[in-house]
Design a protein around this ligand. Sequence first.
Ligand SMILES: NC(=O)c1ccc[n+]([C@@H]2O[C@H](COP(=O)([O-])OP(=O)(O)OC[C@H]3O[C@@H](n4cnc5c(N)ncnc54)[C@H](O)[C@@H]3O)[C@@H](O)[C@H]2O)c1
Length: 382
Amino acid sequence: MFKTNNTKKLSLGIVGGGPGSWIGHVHRISSRFDNHYEIVAGVFSRNVKISNKFGNSIGISADRCYLNYKEMAEKESKREDGIDVVAIMTPPSSHQIIAEKFISKNINIISDKPFAGNLEQAKKLFKSIKKNKKIKYALTHNYSAYPMVRQAKILVEKGKIGKVKMINVEYVQDWSDGSSINARNAKKKLKWKLNKKIVGSSAVLNEIGSHAYHLAIYISGLKGKNVLADIKQISPKIKMDDNAQVMINFSNGAKGMFWTNVMARGGVYGLRIRVFGDKGSLEWVQNDPGYLKLNPSKGAVKLLERGFHNAGFSKNFSRIKFGHPEGYLDAFANIYKEFAVSLKSKTKKRDFFPNEDEGFETAKFIDACKLSSKSKKWVKIK
Ligand SMILES: NC(=O)c1ccc[n+]([C@@H]2O[C@H](COP(=O)([O-])OP(=O)(O)OC[C@H]3O[C@@H](n4cnc5c(N)ncnc54)[C@H](O)[C@@H]3O)[C@@H](O)[C@H]2O)c1
């Protein structure tokens, strides 16, 4: 499905993801998975020395290691062999500002989440992307690129669970109150996550809640209509919101329960979603990503497995045969691959990678949650 005969590699520039950034490593590996990109330029840190040293260590020529993203956008856009795509993996509140610079130079964008630091930024970014018909934009809500999540999406579309009635989604992690964190070292360890100006409108929602909400709208095809949220700081060691419980009413009348937390002891990347329709339900857990439970309202539970005949659609997003495990990196790389194929294709095919529409929806959801938690009232997502 996601194939192209065009073997020309896309030139990729990177902003962020320097030494110590875990997700920077993930982006670089993912971009190399399917031979669609070559990393040729970058600015990997605000510190020029660190950035240049890092660029050099991954084989970027000195003249394409830039002082900052502005210089990179200006100079790359003037080169005949300038970058086709920029990948942005800096902290949240800079995503919009950096993306806008590259949009103004007609350079395609792969950005890490959240779409923007807050709703105001999200509105500006959304407008700029829509206005520029020369570029495409992908957002690495990478959980939506697992083969069995795609299988779930298509099963919902085909009506296999009927009309969606309820969605229960949770994403929990365990770091804001972890045993290695104390009031003295928290700032050093958690860095910008404790800085409201950088992490954006809500730490827990921007950091991981955005993934959970995205997954819910991605699989169900629905949009949230209004929310009643309670966002709190529970850990006594840090100053940031680390827990959010949200009731959601979806566009078709479906009800949603959403929980996200970064101090859930032992909650290691615990992302789980259940979607209930009037004919049955689906359940997917990211720690066991090769399986999807289909629970029909009548008959036995079916365990669908990636790549098998009863989950044929998932094969489109897999690289190796069933039975052998695929995981996080493979799913992340799907976004890079699909984006490349989309850029190279002359004919219009359906894109499955997360885009600006979903990013904007997620930013609207987070803003409504903030307002609701403050007013203790239901708030419309708008
Ligand atoms: N998709 C995922 O699953 C996932 C996982 C982790 C983090 N993230 C997201 O990735 C982003 C980065 O997170 P992180 O944990 O890597 O942060 P980090 O602080 O570990 O790394 C950020 C890197 O960007 C560099 N940087 C910051 N501003 C820059 C600028 N203006 N120009 C060039 N470099 C700059 C920093 O020097 C650092 O190397 C965040 O938005 C975060 O939410 C996504």
